[in-house]
Design a protein. Structure first.
Length: 113
């Protein structure tokens, strides 16, 4: 069975919906191709996802002795994290809720068989 390498990023300051747009670009691609795609993607979430994939790649090379040419992004997903909520004054002295959404990002790399 192929070795699975895992890396997680918790509480990224961006909604899971926006992170999923970036994550869908690299799912199923080779690691070298995924890093190239993310380095040219202008979204805010692209840089942390690129760093996370690079971290998983480093874990694979250091801990498992796997070559970077043999790895593929097997699974990658973004889940909702806890939302920060507070209130701000709106028109006519009313309160407006403000929601700061966060997300957890998980990457699983696997060797090509």
């Amino acid at each position: 069975m192929a070795q699975e390498i895992l890396a997680k990023l918790s509480n990224f300051d961006g909604s899971a919906q926006k992170v999923r747009l970036v994550v869908d670009l690299v799912r199923g691609k080779r690691v070298s191709d995924a890093l190239g795609i993310l380095s040219l993607t202008p979204n805010k979430a692209a840089e942390p996802v690129r760093k996370l994939i690079y971290s998983a790649l480093s874990n694979a090379e250091e801990n498992y002795g796997v070559s970077r040419d043999d790895l593929v992004v097997y699974k990658i997903f973004a889940d909702e994290a806890q939302t920060r909520k507070w209130r701000e004054f709106g028109a006519r002295g009313r309160f407006k809720p403000i929601l700061r959404r966060r997300s957890h990002i998980t990457v699983v790399l696997r060797e090509i068989e």
